[in-house]
Ligand binder design. Structure first.
Ligand SMILES: [Fe+2]
Ligand SMILES: [Fe+2]
Length: 230
């Protein structure tokens, strides 16, 4: 797989792959999040195709990408720095934030169970995601990342398993967005309800960037991966 070192935003063409833009253009991931274009698990498609699938105007996306000034804080590039960055910035933050989101979801579901807008099942979904993510991150921290830091043998098989987990997580994030009406609380929602949806949106953003860093930047250095397709 060839990932271009640099893509100049104002020379982007519609058939550039989403994941290549996400890697090469600082700030592009924020634009993709805004348009709900998946850049982590389904980024192996041309930008034009991803925009059509989401029903968004390609010209608007290209315009926003061209306007980027590239000053977004970037993750470190070197593997020895990138791995501890992922663990500290994402693994530990997910572990800290999921329990409070689950607690708030249980509370909202109990108090507002008769409301037509009640996100029934949200607490259970978050609990399943947290449990599966715990197991996934433990494998990365205890086995995969030490192997990446300690040797250069082929890690294609374990990397493929981690990417399969990421795809499952991507589907859970789609369910999370549906349950929370794209993280928009109903009119007149109480503070806990609004805080819950804000917390879910933060989890969604962090998890997508986390998976992008692994799928598109870290993992290809250690595995001969087939192209990711939609
Ligand atoms: Fe991870
Ligand atoms: Fe992962």
């Amino acid at each position: 797989m060839t990932i271009p070192d640099t893509i100049v935003p104002d020379t982007l063409v519609p058939d550039t792959l989403v994941k290549d833009i996400a890697v090469a253009v600082p700030g592009a991931t924020a634009v993709f999040r805004r348009y709900k274009i998946d850049f982590c698990c389904k980024g192996g498609v041309p930008l034009s195709e991803a925009a059509t699938a989401r029903g968004v105007d390609l010209a608007l996306v290209l315009g926003d990408l061209a306007a980027l000034n590239g000053d977004e804080t970037e993750a470190p590039d070197a593997t020895e720095a990138l791995i501890p960055y992922i663990v500290e910035r994402y693994h530990e933050v997910h572990r800290a934030e999921f329990p409070e989101a689950i607690r708030m979801a249980r509370r909202v579901e109990a108090v507002h169970r008769d409301s037509p807008d009640c996100p029934h099942g949200l607490g259970d979904l978050l609990a399943i995601m947290a449990h599966e993510l715990d197991e996934h991150q433990a494998i990365e921290e205890q086995m995969l990342f030490p192997a990446m830091l300690g040797s250069h043998y082929d890690l294609t098989h374990p990397v493929a398993r981690m990417m399969s987990d990421h795809e499952d997580l991507g589907e859970q994030l789609e369910a999370l967005a549906r349950l929370t009406t794209d993280f928009v609380p109903p009119h007149g929602a109480c503070t806990t309800w609004r805080a819950l949806y804000a917390a879910c949106q933060k989890l969604d953003t962090d998890l997508r960037v986390h998976m992008h860093l692994e799928n598109n930047i870290l993992f290809p250095r250690f595995a001969d991966l087939p192209p990711v397709t939609a």
